[in-house]
Design a protein around this ligand. Structure first.
Ligand SMILES: Cc1cc2nc3c(=O)[nH]c(=O)nc-3n(C[C@H](O)[C@H](O)[C@H](O)COP(=O)(O)OP(=O)(O)OC[C@H]3O[C@@H](n4cnc5c(N)ncnc54)[C@H](O)[C@@H]3O)c2cc1C
Length: 349
């Protein structure tokens, strides 16, 4: 029988960052992942941004999350010998003079000044806008697919990765821990993402309010350069005359895949902001595992012994997971307090 400290169920952003963090702190891990072309993490644009641009508000625990993010992803690159961490300023394009003034006022505020460049700059060639733009500092992108593949390869190399659906019905209690076939473990951590959010896991986890999102990739006649532009939707140039455009929001049609209506919404956006020809070359949909009260689910399962939940990252998995993984692992290792706002038991009442 093989023993590990933790079985991690799910190999999306949540399971991958958590597995890395557990191993960094000296724990052994066995990850189970059923690759799924529509998993949220595969579709994600991979951006991180500690400021909610529409409302000019900082994200919950933005400063702490940024501190973890800036050390964890470079360390994961080192650990995996992969390349996926890309700091990149997000360019907020202003729709009117009011938005411009709001930006100037915020960039002067000590809470926001680390995140907003106070200068108003011109927009790149061929972007249609009349009121200039502001650049965000400390934002960027994780190339999510490259990160997931790098972690998978690293785990495979030490026989810590199983490509299979984890069967919750086959879990047995075993001493102080659990047994799953010929595998023994101290505990299991569910990082089942969208599958849990849609109620498709055998493990009962409550509190989700899933949100569907769609993105298109457009081929441009002229290159936008390596730019990330926010004008209501994002347009992210890759420097090779292609751009990723998204994302949309919908609260139904979770199983319908990419839809014509959302493709048209995104193409209409490109027509409005881009002065040039373009052609849609890819279109994908995914489900964000969002939670009703917009806080993730991190902590012990309220009803099942030795089972933990690490889920509910909504639309900010890249920003949130390094900090939340560190919090959970420091709880396992040193008894550090868990974040009460994130405890799954709040949804079981
Ligand atoms: C269009 C779109 C754009 C987005 N853009 C961004 C962005 O720019 N920045 C950002 O931070 N977030 C973004 N998100 C949100 C982000 O994608 C999600 O929050 C994140 O991917 C969730 O990751 P996860 O690991 O929790 O879940 P998932 O990505 O759903 O991964 C879960 C994995 O677990 C596997 N699994 C589930 N159950 C089992 C089981 N029983 N056995 C084995 N395997 C199992 C699944 O097959 C899957 O591989 C976006 C989402 C969408 C849809």
């Amino acid at each position: 029988m093989k023993y590990v400290d933790y079985i991690v169920v799910g190999g999306g952003i949540a399971g991958s960052v958590l597995s890395y963090t557990l191993m960094k702190y000296g724990a052994s891990v066995q990850m189970f992942d059923q690759p799924n072309a529509n998993k949220s993490s595969v579709v994600a644009s991979g951006l991180w941004n500690p400021v909610v641009l529409k409302r000019m508000k900082k994200v919950w625990k933005a400063d702490e999350m940024m501190e973890s993010l800036q050390s964890v992803y470079p360390a994961m690159e080192n650990w995996t010998q992969g390349t996926f961490y890309e700091p990149l300023p997000i360019r907020r394009v202003f729709h009117n003079a009011g938005e411009q003034n709001q930006w100037i006022a915020h960039s002067d505020h000590p809470g926001f000044s680390p995140y907003l460049d106070e200068r108003i700059s011109d927009v790149p060639n061929r972007i249609l806008a009349d009121h200039g733009s502001g650049l965000m500092k400390l934002t960027g992108r994780v190339q999510v697919n490259a990160m997931l593949e790098a972690v998978k390869a690293k785990l495979k190399a030490v026989d810590s990765y199983t490509e299979a659906t984890f069967d919750w019905d086959a879990v047995e209690s075993h001493g102080d821990g659990v047994k799953y076939g010929s595998l023994g473990a101290h505990a299991i951590i569910s990082c089942e993402g969208a599958q849990s959010a849609l109620g498709e896991s055998r493990l009962d986890v409550r509190g989700f309010a899933p949100v569907k999102g769609e993105v298109i990739t457009v081929q441009l006649k002229e290159d936008l350069g390596k730019e990330c532009i926010h004008q209501g939707h994002f347009m992210i140039g890759d420097g090779k005359a292609e751009a990723l455009v998204g994302a949309t929001y919908a609260w139904d049609g979770f199983h319908n895949g990419p839809t014509l209506a959302k493709r048209e919404e995104l193409e209409a956006h490109v027509q409005k902001v881009w002065d040039g020809e373009f052609k849609t070359v890819a279109h994908r949909a995914g489900i964000r595992p969002a939670v009703k009260d917009r806080k993730p689910l991190v902590g012990p399962h309220p009803k099942v012994k030795n089972v933990w939940i690490f889920n509910g990252m909504g639309s900010r998995a890249v920003l949130m997971t390094p900090y939340l993984a560190q919090n959970l692992v420091e709880h396992f290792m040193y008894g550090a307090p868990l974040l009460t706002e994130c405890l799954p038991e709040r949804m079981m009442k």
